[in-house]
Ligand binder design. Structure first.
Ligand code: GDP
Ligand code: IMO
Ligand code: MG
Length: 421
């Protein structure tokens, strides 16, 4: 049995949560492999909307096991908020959720360091979600982190050493030593709450399930253009968001990876700072934002909007070995008379179609224009309902990207999902 991976091919918010929920009935296990509460994965069904941050999007279907893998960073306070709200809506989370003991914990001081780092960067700030992601992964790689497994041992001394170091750093960076008493008390309460969950050696567990013939869906967070190695560095997140992250973030061997679902919007968005070649600063960009409700699920920040970028998509398809494409938010483009798709970049050194080292200034997108479909796609229930112009757009993308588009999403609800192949 193979492990399938679903991940974002753009700058995040592609609609991963919705599709993981839709695909979950096909799987026995859903597992998150990286990121933390910087993610905001939205699901809608039965007229209700849910936003998940650290908990996998497989918890709303029945019977599946959900795992928070070792590659994730967890804020116990935000986890508690999220978990309690799910429990209130009737989910027996303590039964269906398992958390790796190797998950690193986000401390209150990590969030303060995130804010201080951003402040010091001034105009060059990353525009992080402020959840302490960068400092927590920094401590992980620097071998100073605290892991979920530590809370089952006597971890006070470890915590104090890490905290003291952070406070000294904060004092040096900001000129004052913050008072974290309240945040710390809440954090330790939340640690007690976390102990009520199944804290496991998830790499052994998941491999046993695979050997027993169970099927696993790995849920990515963020998007490939935010990957710390291959994204628009330094305007990226601090984890490997690409498919390889599923191997390190769960302890699954590369030979076990099966289907790789690459998910993208019919256009493109980005939240936070950093280059975005096809960004639209005009009325068209505003119209996409309005119709697509392009505001961050976690921070409420405006998402920057632009046309689809096939240079970037070809790059992320290559990095991930994508076997199937999923196109989201097609309905948002329903009323646009012309749809544009960037097929190459014009640079001072000529036209290029390979994603370059630097996508800052000096490059401008070269577009192919396609006629709009001027049809309400949100009511479509099968591919037969698609108008010709929309089918032409799909076929154009498949030809440019050399991977089949097997699922098309035409609205936020679970039911507004059309399987093509
Ligand atoms: P994720 O982080 O990749 O899970 O995506 P987000 O939840 O942050 O953002 C996707 C947003 O688009 C959410 O508000 C979804 O409810 C919404 N959405 C998902 N698919 C569709 C779609 O096909 N059409 C429309 N109009 N909205 C969608
Ligand atoms: P989901 O899983 C969109 C962006 C932030 C910022 C950069 C670094 O919902 O797709 P961080 O807090 O990670 O240090 O911020 O990454 N970012 C996201 N953008 N969707 C996300 O997650 C994101 N998670 C982080 O806006 O630019
Ligand atoms: Mg999101």
């Amino acid at each position: 049995m193979k492990v399938d991976v679903l991940l974002g091919l753009q700058w995040g918010d592609e609609g991963k949560g919705k599709v993981v929920d839709v695909l979950t009935p096909k799987y026995d296990v859903v597992a998150r492999f990286q990121g933390g509460p910087n993610a905001g994965h939205t699901l809608e069904f039965d007229g209700k909307k849910y936003v998940l941050r650290s908990i996998p999007s497989g918890v709303f279907q029945h019977g599946q096991i959900n795992i928070i893998g070792n590659g994730v960073v967890l804020d116990p306070v935000l986890f508690r908020e999220e978990a309690e709200s799910l429990c209130q809506s009737g989910i027996d989370l303590k039964k269906v959720l398992k958390i790796s003991k190797k998950v690193h914990l986000i401390m209150p001081t990590h969030r303060l360091l995130d804010a201080a780092n951003e402040l010091l960067k001034g105009d060059a700030k990353i525009g992080t979600t402020g959840k302490g992601i960068g400092p927590t992964y920094t401590d992980k790689i620097g071998r100073n982190g605290i892991r979920v497994g530590d809370i089952l041992l006597d971890f006070d001394a470890k915590y104090e050493i890490a905290k003291e170091k952070h406070l000294k750093m904060l004092e040096a960076l900001t000129g004052s030593r913050p008072n974290i008493n309240d945040a710390e008390a809440k954090w330790f309460d939340a640690i007690q709450y976390l102990k009520e969950y199944q804290l496991i050696d998830s790499e052994h567990y998941i491999n046993k399930l695979i050997n027993d013939g169970k099927s696993v869906l790995c849920e990515g967070a963020q998007g490939s253009l935010l990957d710390v190695d291959f994204g628009s560095y330094p305007f990226v997140t601090s984890s490997n968001t690409i498919c390889a992250g599923a191997c390190t973030g769960l302890g699954v061997a590369p030979s076990k990876i099966g289907e790789v679902y690459g998910i993208f919007k019919a256009y493109c968005t980005r939240v936070g700072s950093g280059p975005f070649p096809t960004e639209l600063f005009d009325e068209t960009g505003k119209k996409i934002r309005q119709i697509g409700h392009e505001y961050g699920a976690v921070t409420g920040r405006e998402r920057r909007c632009g046309w689809i970028d096939l240079v970037a998509l070809r790059y992320t398809i290559m990095l991930n070995g994508v076997t199937q494409l999923i196109m989201m938010k097609s309905d948002v483009l329903d009323t646009f008379p012309v749809i544009k798709a960037c097929t190459a970049y014009s640079t001072p050194d000529g036209v290029i179609s390979d994603f370059p080292y630097n996508i800052d200034n000096n490059i401008s997108p070269i577009y192919t224009e396609l006629p709009g479909w001027n049809t309400d796609l949100s009511k479509a229930t099968s591919p037969e309902d698609f108008p010709k112009e929309f089918n032409d757009y799909i076929h154009f993308l498949e030809k440019e990207l050399s991977v089949p588009i097997t699922i098309v999403s035409v609205g936020p609800d679970r039911t507004q999902t059309i399987i093509r192949k």
